[in-house]
Design a binder for this molecule. Structure first.
Ligand code: NAP
Length: 258
């Protein structure tokens, strides 16, 4: 990876009048994206599969007194009714200016060598991390505004080995391929499609669990960058492959795909 550095540290993205759906908004990274989009004045729809987690997120955002408006919705990427659920969101909020896919599913098998996974564990990991993303892209792209952007947040296991977590890692590699293929198929017509590969993130949940490192990227720094992608003010607004793996360097374009 190498390329153009972005001015993410100083840009105040303006999202007033725009709507952003954060799929997985109740998750660690998703919360940072929700917070930044609200800070930039957006109407935000944060989704998750658990009512209590969404309610807790809504309470934290209300306590923060941010200018945007937050809505929460239950949404499961694997439900047969996904397409209709997404169309219903579009009827309620209009064409979407930003769709951020921030889903992860670690399964309950724990860390295991790749070939120790049984068939069911393998299938669950692929369903949760690959098929879920495919289904979300297929449902959301038709309701994303032509000038809007669909961003998939991904991890570095898209590019490097991740011993003990093969199902997550190969899904990361596959969803990176899927996102870039989609961007190429669209060829600049219709919404922009962006793959954003992240380094380790400082999330609220991790900090609460006492797992923290000041060198990690804050979830809200990722959110600020994503807000710039939605607003179109980011230098990387039209770059399909991006990395944000180094806090000091900020977001950069992936090699050969600027
Ligand atoms: N955390 C990091 O350090 C880090 C680093 C690099 C990249 N990333 C990337 O950031 C993204 C999010 O990770 P995270 O750490 O924020 O994970 P997380 O805290 O586990 O959150 C995952 C979110 O996805 C939702 N979700 C899971 N499966 C879903 C499904 N089938 N349908 C709909 N929603 C579903 C969860 O909802 P429920 O909780 O309600 O199930 C939750 O809101 C992932 O793509 C990950 O690769 C994270």
């Amino acid at each position: 990876m190498s390329g153009t550095t972005d001015t993410w540290t100083t840009r105040a993205a303006e999202l007033t009048g725009r709507n952003v759906v954060v799929v997985g908004g109740s998750g660690g990274v998703g919360e940072g994206v929700v917070r930044s989009a609200l800070a930039a004045g957006a109407t935000v729809v944060a989704t998750g599969r658990d009512d209590a987690r969404l309610a807790a997120l809504a309470q934290r955002m209300a306590d923060a007194g941010l200018p945007g408006t937050l809505h929460t919705r239950l949404l499961d990427a694997m439900t047969p009714g996904l397409d209709e659920d997404v169309r219903s969101l579009a009827r309620e909020f209009g064409a979407l200016d930003g769709v951020v896919v921030s889903v992860a599913s670690w399964g309950d098998q724990g860390r295991k060598p790749a070939l120790a996974l049984d068939d069911d564990e393998w299938q669950r990991l692929l369903d949760g991390n690959l098929t879920s993303v495919f289904r979300l892209f297929r449902a959301f792209l038709p309701v994303t505004a032509p000038g809007g952007v669909l961003v998939q947040l991904n991890g570095m296991s898209a590019d490097i080995p991740f011993p003990g977590s093969a199902g997550v890692a190969l899904s990361a590699a596959a969803t990176k391929s899927l996102t870039l293929t989609l961007a190429a198929e669209l060829g600049g017509r219709g919404p922009r499609v962006v793959q954003l590969v992240l380094g380790v993130v400082r999330t609220r949940a991790r900090q609460q669990a006492g797992i923290d490192d000041v060198r990690w990227i804050d979830a809200t720094q990722i959110g600020d960058h994503v807000a710039g992608l939605v607003a179109g003010t980011s230098a990387l607004a039209h770059t399909p492959l991006q990395y944000f793996t180094d806090r000091a360097e900020g977001p950069i374009a992936g090699r050969g795909l600027r």
